[in-house]
Design a protein around this ligand. Structure first.
Ligand code: GLY
Length: 578
């Protein structure tokens, strides 16, 4: 068998009318990196092989993803990192973008007071002050072992020398260049093929300006980005094109180290991201309700289990909308939201015979939060000493704002759209106007990113996370309950069908083929509006086999270019060419 196939096997089986995704894990006893892009996983694997720890590998992988996975890997966006050290302590790094000083709660409204989607989806106004470079620098300063330069240089090299692009990346770049990037000459220069023709799979993508930017960051640290030449180019382009970010916004950006949220679930500890991500809080709420209802006793694919987990999801997402925002601006009932009595009380309100009406559940809070896009990316790392890192980063939309400020070489986020966009307006069809996530200068917008580490008896069991906007929390919940409550191995848990309910819109979304027809009928009879759609998330995970303790890297092939790389090299393992 082809060696790649022997290591990572993707099989679509049709069993009893349901499509089942089967994945084979990649062993990495000396450390592993699993990301959305093979060259980026390779960079992380090489750092582990060179004696770097998991944080070093996370920094290097993060910079490499900014080159090889431009849809979401970034230096122009933000993210979150959870680190669990071998001594059992844990921390998190928050490098979420912030609103510029000139931002106002009504900045996305047109003259009629209606939300103007064009200002949110693309262009300079949509950009939050990027956090990634400061965030990776903070994580490195706190916990890294290798020199900073050695961690940024591999990404600079990839950008300077180029790398062969996958069919997926070629198609995505062609779509971007023909469409959303058209109004932005800096983007066309950065990502256009030099001969002006469409990109083909296997072409070498060279990103010269990005290489220079990364070289400056490698040499001078994060200040090169926030106060140096790059900051000047960004601020200049912002001023010329209606953006708000100034030199002062950039110089004032600070990443934060925060305590992660931690909770118990069926004898395991779950460590995840607290606010300004809603992910960890909502995840722990769902797991607490799951345990309170004893759902581990039900078959995961039964109508009863899917009904009850849908009700759990509904309640956690309502609390998310009501209470969560940037902890530097908003006082949240954090401990109460995660207390056992409160979660038991929420679970006790679930009707086993009927779907709850989301609108009634909300009381006077009428409608749903604003939509978050599906484009984000997660990577998981463990090193030989047992340090584990879960990192999720995002530009918000796929290719963010689609803007590359001339001369900088990197894509900017459109994360401002993760704020609530119209103060006071909460509707059934797509907006929430409540205060916790309203725009304010220097505030962080609420996120759903859920990088998570699960341990048992002091040992790491699972490192996971996903892209997918608001679906992220449900994807992580499904993977964790698969491993912890259903006894699945990591590959089976990642492959299993996923479900999504986010309170409003009031619908249960199921991966296509994930529901047996009779179970669907049962759920509809209970009152659920069931919708099937393609795939949900891409949970690039590491699972530690409880029998052997060996880490297995699971590259979720819902993201077609994903790959695991084990240390020491050569052990670059993947399914595709990117
Ligand atoms: N932009 C996606 C998130 O932060 O959840």
């Amino acid at each position: 068998m082809h060696p790649w196939l022997s290591r990572l096997l993707l099989i679509l089986l049709v069993l009893g009318g349901r499509a089942v995704l089967a994945l084979e894990g990649v062993p990495g006893p000396d450390g592993l990196v699993v990301s959305a892009s093979r060259p980026a996983s390779e960079v992380g694997g090489a750092v582990l092989a060179a004696g770097g720890n998991a944080v070093d590998a996370a920094v290097a992988t993060g910079f490499a993803l900014a080159v090889t996975y431009p849809a979401a890997g970034n230096i122009g966006g933000g993210g979150f990192m959870i680190v669990r050290l071998p001594d059992g302590s844990a921390t998190s790094f928050d490098f979420r973008e912030t609103a510029p000083a000139a931002a106002r709660p009504d900045m996305f409204l047109d003259d009629r007071g209606e939300i103007d989607p064009d200002r949110i989806e693309a262009g300079y106004l949509a950009v939050g002050v990027p956090g990634t470079v400061r965030g990776l620098a903070l994580a490195h300063a706190r916990l890294g072992r290798l020199p900073w330069r050695d961690l940024v240089e591999p990404a600079a090299r990839l950008a300077r020398d180029g790398f062969p692009i996958s069919p997926t990346l070629a198609a995505a770049l062609n779509r971007e260049l023909a469409g959303p990037m058209q109004p932005f000459p800096g983007s066309l220069t950065a990502y256009g093929k030099p001969d002006g023709l469409p990109w083909l799979a296997g072409d070498q993508l060279v990103l010269a300006d990005l290489a220079a930017t990364l070289e400056a960051i490698a040499a001078d640290g994060s200040d090169a980005f926030y106060t140096g030449r790059i900051a000047g180019l960004l601020a200049e382009a912002m001023a010329a094109h209606g953006g708000l970010i100034t030199l002062a916004d950039l110089a004032g950006y600070a990443a934060r180290e925060r305590p992660p949220v931690r909770g118990r679930f069926l004898g395991h500890e779950v460590i995840s991201m607290g606010p300004p991500s809603s992910g960890g809080t909502a995840l722990l709420q769902m797991l607490g309700m799951f345990e309170a209802l004893g759902l581990e006793r039900l078959a995961a694919d039964s109508g009863e289990a899917i009904h009850l987990t849908t009700e759990i999801r509904r309640r956690a997402y309502l609390d998310r909308a009501k209470f969560l925002g940037d902890p530097d601006f908003v006082t949240m009932p954090g401990d109460q939201l995660l207390s056992r009595p409160y979660l038991k009380h929420l679970a006790a309100g679930i009707d086993r015979e009927r779907a709850t009406d989301s609108r009634q559940l909300a009381g006077d809070l009428v409608g749903p939060p604003c939509d978050e896009s599906d484009e984000t990316t997660h990577y998981s790392i463990v090193d030989a000493a047992g340090m584990a890192v879960a990192t999720t980063v995002t530009l918000e939309g796929s290719y963010g704002s689609h803007v590359v400020a001339p001369g900088t070489g990197f894509l900017l986020n459109n994360e401002m759209g993760d704020f609530n966009r119209k103060p006071g307006q909460t509707t059934l069809s797509g907006e929430i106007g409540t205060l916790p996530n309203q725009i304010a200068p220097a505030k962080r917008m609420l996120s759903s990113m859920t990088p998570t580490i699960v341990t048992k008896d002091g040992r790491v069991v699972l490192v996971t996370g996903s892209p997918g906007g608001r679906t992220i929390i449900n994807t992580v919940f499904d993977v964790i309950t698969g491993v912890v409550a259903r006894g699945l191995d990591g590959s089976a848990a990642v492959a299993a069908p996923r479900f999504h309910h986010q309170w409003l819109p009031d619908r249960l979304i199921v991966e296509r083929g994930g529901l047996a027809p009779d179970v669907r009928r049962q759920l509809e009879a209970l009152g659920h509006a069931v919708i099937e759609r393609g795939s949900q998330g891409a949970a690039h995970s590491i699972w530690l086999d409880p029998q052997t303790g060996t880490p297995l890297g699971i590259a979720d092939q819902r993201g077609p270019d994903a790959a695991a790389a084990a240390a020491p090299l050569p052990a670059v393992i993947g399914e595709s060419s990117q």
